[in-house]
Design a protein around this ligand. Sequence first.
Ligand code: NAG
Ligand code: NAG
Ligand code: NAG
Length: 238
Amino acid sequence: MGLRMNSFIILMCLLNHLVACEPQCSKFDYEEKTLAKMIRTEILVEQLMSDIKQLKQQTNDAVTSMERMETEVGESIQSMYAENALKLEEYNNTIIKWKDRLEIKPNVVFLAKDPTTQSPSQDSTIIFGTTMYDVSQSYDNSSGTFTAPVAGVYAFTAQMCLNTGTYKYIHYAIVANDKEVSKSLTYNKDTRFCNTAQAFVVLEKGQTVYVSALSSSAVPLRENFSREWCTFSGILIR
Ligand SMILES: *[C@@H]1O[C@H](CO)[C@@H](O)[C@H](O)[C@H]1NC(C)=O
Ligand SMILES: *[C@@H]1O[C@H](CO)[C@@H](O)[C@H](O)[C@H]1NC(C)=O
Ligand SMILES: *[C@@H]1O[C@H](CO)[C@@H](O)[C@H](O)[C@H]1NC(C)=O
């Protein structure tokens, strides 16, 4: 009977313990689950942080490489510009060098006659008042001056015919760009006489050419005479 009683007490105790144990076990389970969840969350957060860090690094790398690319592109564009500028300058120089030759030049040719006076004074321009032709309108029959319309090589001729009478003479020159480039002297005692002066000259655009009377006798020139003409003519050769 004592043993049975003991067994009963033990059983009751056990039962009692079991009943009391129930909520304690459940709390433990909850905490365990929470802890596990927390650990998983922590792992996830760590993973996330690591991912973010990696992403940040990748972004930084991308920005750096983009910056490098930008610099490289900028440099190559700059060198392209420099190269092109050099080439342009080369072309420019070539064009300038050949421009003169490539230029289509106008026809320049004129002839004038009839000096406006038979007695040109010393160092005066002999003005040939009648323009026979002047395709480029470059000879001024009021001043006796030809003005080069373009740069080039020109030829000029002046012809002087002496007036009749004894000891007539005229000393004259073709003057191009303020320099005497051809001189002549007609001198004859009493026969009729003409001579010419010629010059080939290189002129820049705008430079002038005229015939200058250097010295002469009284009334040396023949004028408006059908057989002999005092003339001044010029032509652009090239
Ligand atoms: C070409 O030459 C001319 C005359 O020297 C100059 O005015 C012009 O600026 C030059 N152009 C270039 C692209 O070098
Ligand atoms: C003088 O030159 C002008 C213009 O070049 C021309 O119209 C005129 O006919 C010329 N005069 C003579 C007399 O040739
Ligand atoms: C030239 O002479 C002719 C006849 O001799 C005359 O009719 C003409 O007007 C003269 N011309 C000049 C420009 O003197």
